[in-house]
Design a protein around this ligand. Sequence first.
Ligand code: EPU
Length: 429
Amino acid sequence: MEKFIINGGNKLMGEVEISGAKNAAVAIIPAVLLADEPCRIENLPDIIDVSNMIKMLHQMGADVKFVNRSTVIIDASKITNVHVEQDWARKMRASYYFVGALLGKYNVAEVPMPGGCDFGVRPIDQHVRGFEALGAEVSVEHGVIYARAKNGLTGCSVYFDQVTVGGTINVMLAAVKASGTTIIENAAKEPHVVDLANFLNSMGADIRGAGTDTIKINGVFRLHGTTYSIIPDQIEAGTYMLATAATGGRVLIKNVIPKHLESITAKLCEMGAEVEEFDDAVLVSREGTMKRVNIKTQAYPGVPTDMQPQFTTLLTVAEGTSIVNESVYDNRFKYVDELKRMGASIQVDGRVAVIQYVPTLTGAAVKACDLRAGAAMIIAGLMAKGTTEIEDIYHIERGYDDVVGKLRLIGADIKKIVRPDKTELHRAL
Ligand code: EPU
């Protein structure tokens, strides 16, 4: 069993480079299916979710060549099947983007229901409604999504009842080659939605309005190959910003788009940290005590739900009482019990957490309940007194590129250990 061991108390100092955005990469990789030529994708994060998406494409018959750790050339123009394997698909949420991409190119898709972090029920009704509006028949049988458009896809209007990142991306993928015009209303505005639209446009698509709540897609007959560099990861950057503030350190966080970090920056400054913005970097520092704030997570440009566990962790040692309201998911406070093991004082009632100041957290054995909760445990370990051991770190490695290496470079005392399992112990005896 693998673990992270952190000896807390070191101030983070120096410079850290942010990798490409996970949630853009996992949308752009299946989008390659739509091109009739190879695509070169740069600034890919080296994380498990990305390698799983690439494995799924490869298993469908795509030709994949890594140029280096963050650049890949994929030729998915001649795949041999439209069926995605269970094993990888169920490990992550984004595998459902293969439904939109396969429908968009071949009018047919067979994709297992996705997995991903467990925040309560995560329905896909809005995706299905979008595919059906475009003319597909969709059913879920034995855990597999079957989608087919016998007469091809035709542009339409889709109004989402709820702002959904995945639904917006999936409908965009399906509609990009449909005949006629598709209008998505109440679309998600997240940076990775815009990045996917830019990627598709660089292949010859005609998508306008991404980044606003109305996206207009004029279907095109064919998409060509492209070279494209993925945007920096907003949430990875935000996580390092909070980790720096948590330890009272000073770190230049490079390769970021400061505009994408505005809601995070605003809350950190309200808490008493300093954030200086440059063209493609932010310098975060914190010297005095941290002040309480209230936070409500919201779709972009609000405070991202994917930063909620990290903020809650930081607020455990902020003077006063803070309230965190989770407005996107029903059940995203499971990790709070782990923080309580470290001495935090938090009461959760449904989607609201009330956090009372404690002077310090103390190291303990905890687990990563999911990806961002795992990042929160790292932040807790960095600011705690003593040693913290984090289990179930595979969640963290799904989404953070070389987190141990990057943190060590800026002064954290963190290491990954691989504990021998029982079979290995028997062999050793
Ligand atoms: N929803 C529905 N019906 C749908 C789709 C969504 O009711 O058909 C609800 C969800 O249950 C949720 C809300 O709408 O309550 C928003 O869900 P959304 O579809 O926006 O989330 P997602 O596409 O499943 C992506 C990210 C998540 C991030 C959310 C919100 C990817 C692969 N995942 O999920 O990222 O939390 O958007 O910003 O892009 C993470 O990176 O750690 C992560 C969980």
